[in-house]
Every structure is written in structure tokens, then in C-alpha cells.
Write a protein of this length. Structure first.
Length: 73
């Protein structure tokens, strides 16, 4: 799951796609990312700290409060 700024999202997607068979889901902002994380329970999250609507710190705080999501790296 990529919850990152657009400029970083394209670079990370370009790097990760050829690394193996995996699904890459990306969010447009922190709130969208939190919603997608709750829906999909990804194996790994790349989280940008500076985002609109909800910054990375707020997303991280919300994830820590949810038992089933707090252990996602």
C-alpha cells in the first residue's frame, strides 16, 4: 500500500512493480489511505508524512489504535 505524495508514488511504483508478483494499491491522501488500509489490510505500507487532509502522523496514530492494523510494517 502506497500512501504517499504523487511525485514519490510514481517512483516507488516504478521500482516495486518489477520486483515481483504483488499488488500495489495507492491512495491520493491520508484519509483515502486510511480507508484503503482498513478495507484491504495490506502486508506493507509506505507512508508519507506530509499529505493533504490527514498527514502521515495522523494515519499512523489511527493505525496504532486498531488491533488488526497496528502490526503492519
Amino acid at each position: 500500500m502506497l500512501v504517499v505524495d504523487l511525485s514519490i508514488r510514481d517512483k516507488l511504483t516504478g521500482f516495486l512493480r518489477p520486483q515481483g508478483p504483488h499488488q500495489i494499491t495507492s491512495a491520493i491522501d491520508g484519509q483515502d489511505g486510511l480507508d484503503l488500509i482498513r478495507e484491504n489490510s495490506p502486508d506493507l505500507i509506505f507512508l508519507d508524512l506530509m499529505m493533504p487532509r490527514m498527514d502521515g502522523y495522523q494515519v499512523l496514530d489511527a493505525l496504532k489504535k486498531e488491533d488488526d492494523l497496528r502490526s503492519i510494517p
